[in-house]
Design a protein around this ligand. Sequence first.
Ligand SMILES: [Zn+2]
Length: 450
Amino acid sequence: MLKKQDNLLEKVVSLCKRRGFVFPGSEIYGGLANSYDYGPLGTELLNNISNLWWKKFVQQRLDMVGLRGPIIMNPKVWEASGHVKNFTDPLVECKICHVRLRADKEAELQAHSKTHKDTETAWTEPKNFNTLFETYIGTVEDDKVRAYLRGETAQTMFTDFKLVMESMRKKLPFGIAQIGKAFRNEITTGNFIFRTKEFTIAELEYFVKPGEDDKLFNEWLDYQQDFFVSDLGIKKENIKTVELPKNELAHYSKRTVDTYYKFPFGWDEIAGIANRTDYDLKNHIELSGANLKYKDLDNNDEFIPYVIEPTFGVDRIMLAVLIDAYQESMARSGEDDAVHQTEITLKLSKQLAPIKVAVLPLSKKEELAKPALAILKDLQKNFMCQYDETASIGKRYRRQDEIGTPFCVTFDFDSINDQKVTVRDRDTMDQQRVAIDKLSQHLLEKLETS
Ligand SMILES: [Zn+2]
């Protein structure tokens, strides 16, 4: 069973490289641990996930606004946030081969122990290792100019809390969202894009009146879960939430619930929600001297808001979405090519599919290619498209199934006379004749209903 599941991850990794979703980072130089490049289709997929998130968490809510902060902030930010002190991983070292591993990753420790066969593994005592990435501003490496690549995106939302509130005339409760890169000097390797040194985080800080935090925490938890199932189309049975025990809470958290996905390598975290209380604003007030309190104009009460923080690992979600959508079948497209082999279909939701429509003239002949290219040009106004005129039509359909393209449009010899094209559906393989002048509208409607 375990072997079969490992195999699924390998299959997805292989598909990702072969079809331009994800490449190993800096591969021509032998790569770099925990580093990946997103190819043309991976870039589209990541953007589509981010855009769906933004739509649900910012665009569709009156109480939310967005923000885009820098990766390098004043290093004092990270002192106030506690990251300089507390953003650490407990590491242990194998006394035999000096491999360093996270002391809190039981499965990885056991896996390593197994490589020793007969000899008992001995680990050193855990030592804390700060995972903030350091850098230097200017040209001199000196403590005075030491800075950090941000360890989370949250801090801009705290430092700019008042600026956003006043410029946008917001009252509690309201939130600020951001999508961007965060960095972690990660030493554990493996599991593809699940664990990387730099990753895209989508998160929001929702400022609330103390006392209303528990109720709003639960509301955001439901909203967050809805995103996975209704918006991303992840199968419900592959998602679960895990309440973190008190002794495992991050240094700023009163309550944390993580969301896990059933990866081939086991259940693991793709998102979380934390009650950060007034921890961050309080520390920023103390260290900066700025007044980041909220004044309730109804009764002149002044207080430091509490913060509910739903957070999403976009790369991990992308991996979950790919695994969830991966399906194999035996020659489902029939005898077209006579070679019956395993066919891959990426059953991504239509909104996530990197390519929405492929335009395929039945042959390369100019009488078909020319009008097909004209159709392509028109469709490109609305959709990410591909154009493919090589190989048999069956083979071209399968190329599109493999990358999750919901619709293929075929221009054939009949099309010249009846001005209709064949629209083929990825999931049902149904083929429908649609008038060329109604094609764009037809596809827009089809793509809206998922
Ligand atoms: Zn060892």
